[in-house]
Design a protein around this ligand. Structure first.
Ligand code: FPP
Length: 272
C-alpha cells in the first residue's frame, strides 16, 4: 500500500524533473561590473536592463512560467539621490520601450512592492503594464519594485488585524493560508529556484516568506553578464537537487535514519 508521504515525494520529484516553474532573481553586481571597467554605475544599471531583457527572453524559451526580478528594494532609497533617480528613470524607460514587446510575446506583468512613495507617473506606468498584459498566459514577469519582504509581511498582518478588529474574521482563524493570501504575491506559486548573481549569499529582504522551501543558486558573475547560458546552468544545478519539503528522500521513506547528514544545499558556480 502506498502511503501519502511517499506519494507527495514522488510528485515533488516529478515536478523537479520538469524544471523550475518559478525562478526568482536577485540581480546584483551592476555597480561592480561598471567599476571593473572604469564606467559610471549608471552604465552598469543600463547593461543590467539589457541582461533583464535577455533573462525574460530566455525564461520564455526555457518554459519557465514565472520569473520574479528584484528591481528596487525598499532599502535602495538609501542610495545617493542621483542613483535612485537613475533607477527610476530606467524602470520608466524599460516599461515604455519594452511593454509592447512583452505583450506581443504573451508576457503578463505583475508588480509587487509598495506603490505609495513612488511618483504618480511611475505608478501609472506600473498600472498600465499590469492592465495591458493581464490576460497573457505564456509567462508572468513579476517586477519587485520598492519591495521589501518584511514590509510585505507587516502589511499583511495589518490587513488581517483590521479585519479582526472589524469583526470580519476570528483572530484564531489566522493561519499560514490567510496570511499568504494577504501578501503581494497572493495567488502566485512560491519560487522554486532563487538565483543571486555576483557571489553574495544572502536574501536581502527578498521573498522571505515565499522562500521557505526555495533552492538557492549563487552565480559568480555580475548581473550585466547574465545570459541564457547562466540561466541554464542554474537550472541544471536546481534539477540536481532533491527537494524534500521537510519530508524524507523518496528512496529512503522506509529508513528515515539514512537521511542523517543531508543538510541544506547551496552551490556557487564560478567561471562562467
Ligand atoms: C544591484 O546592483 C542591482 C540593483 C540595485 C537593481 C537592479 C537593477 C537593474 C537590473 C536595472 C534596472 C532595472 C529596472 C527594471 C529598474 P548593485 O548596484 O547593487 O551592484 P553592486 O553591489 O555591485 O554595487
Amino acid at each position: 500500500m502506498r502511503n501519502e508521504a511517499s506519494e507527495a515525494v514522488v510528485s515533488s520529484v516529478r515536478a523537479q524533473a520538469q524544471g523550475p516553474r518559478h525562478v526568482a532573481v536577485i540581480m546584483d553586481g551592476n555597480g561592480r561590473w561598471a567599476a571593473a571597467r572604469g564606467l559610471p554605475r549608471l552604465e552598469g544599471h543600463r547593461r543590467g536592463v539589457e541582461a533583464l531583457r535577455r533573462a525574460v527572453r530566455a525564461a520564455g524559451e526555457l518554459g519557465i512560467g514565472w520569473l520574479t526580478v528584484y528591481s528596487f528594494s525598499s532599502e535602495n532609497w538609501r542610495r545617493p539621490v542621483q542613483e535612485v533617480s537613475d533607477l527610476m528613470g530606467l524602470l520608466k524607460r524599460f516599461i515604455r520601450n519594452d511593454l509592447a514587446d512583452l505583450h506581443a510575446n504573451g508576457v503578463r506583468v505583475r508588480v509587487i512592492g509598495q506603490r505609495e512613495g513612488l511618483s504618480p507617473d511611475i505608478r501609472a506606468l506600473l498600472d498600465e503594464a499590469e492592465a495591458l498584459t493581464r490576460d497573457n498566459l505564456r509567462m508572468t514577469l513579476v517586477v519587485a519594485f520598492n519591495y521589501g519582504a518584511r514590509q510585505e509581511i507587516a502589511q499583511a498582518a495589518r490587513a488581517l488585524a483590521r479585519k479582526a478588529a472589524a469583526g470580519l474574521i476570528d483572530p484564531d482563524s489566522i493561519d499560514e493560508t490567510s496570511l499568504d493570501a494577504h501578501l503581494d504575491t497572493a495567488g502566485m506559486p512560491e519560487p522554486d529556484l532563487i538565483i543571486r548573481t555576483s557571489g553574495e549569499q544572502r536574501l536581502s529582504n527578498f521573498l522571505l516568506w515565499q522562500a521557505a522551501y526555495s533552492e538557492f543558486v549563487f552565480l559568480d558573475l555580475h548581473w550585466p553578464d547574465f545570459d541564457r547560458a547562466a540561466l541554464e546552468q542554474a537550472m541544471d544545478v536546481y534539477r540536481g537537487r532533491e527537494r524534500r519539503f521537510g519530508g524524507v528522500r523518496a528512496n529512503m521513506a522506509s529508513n528515515p535514519s539514512a537521511t542523517a547528514g543531508a543538510g541544506a544545499e547551496q552551490t556557487v558556480m564560478t567561471g562562467s
